[in-house]
Write a protein that binds this ligand. Sequence first.
Ligand code: GDP
Ligand code: MG
Length: 161
Amino acid sequence: MKRVVIVGRPNVGKSSLFNRVVGRREAVVEERPKVTRDAKEATIDWEGAPLAIVDTGGYLAGADGLDAAVSAAVEAALRRADLALVVVDARVPPTEEDAAIARVVRRAKVPSILVANKVDSPGHEPAIWEHLALGVGEPVPVSAMHGRGVFELLDLVARRL
Ligand code: GDP
Ligand code: MG
């Protein structure tokens, strides 16, 4: 079974995206950032084939950004991944943490899709292009909260696997 792993700094909406894709409220959506939670995994049926979706989290609990231990944890999460969804918050410019995670993804040589989350309306779309600078591909706009763009994202996932 192919595995799609969701990575990104805290509070960008990884768990919200996971829940949206899985269609259940499995992962805990945190109102407060940096609360440690275990990785969650679920299997969905996508176009007749099972697909494992993994929500990561908890590895960014440190207060001072992306240290070596965090990089190692992201690398570990990517080790068994066929595809990484690199989630960013499209409403703010890329941060150091986003850049550090993108670097780890590039180094791991895992195929990736850059997911620009929190694009709740078309007005938010122009801002996604700032994230092109992360070097992990063209941003795909979604709103995990409202479901906007999620079908298109899954379609892209299926084509990349
Ligand atoms: P995680 O830390 O990356 O797993 O992020 P969460 O899924 O826990 O979400 C963090 C916060 O962002 C929560 O308050 C969510 O309700 C909010 N959020 C997630 N997705 C969206 C979205 O598409 N639009 C908006 N406006 N907020 C979102
Ligand atoms: Mg989470």
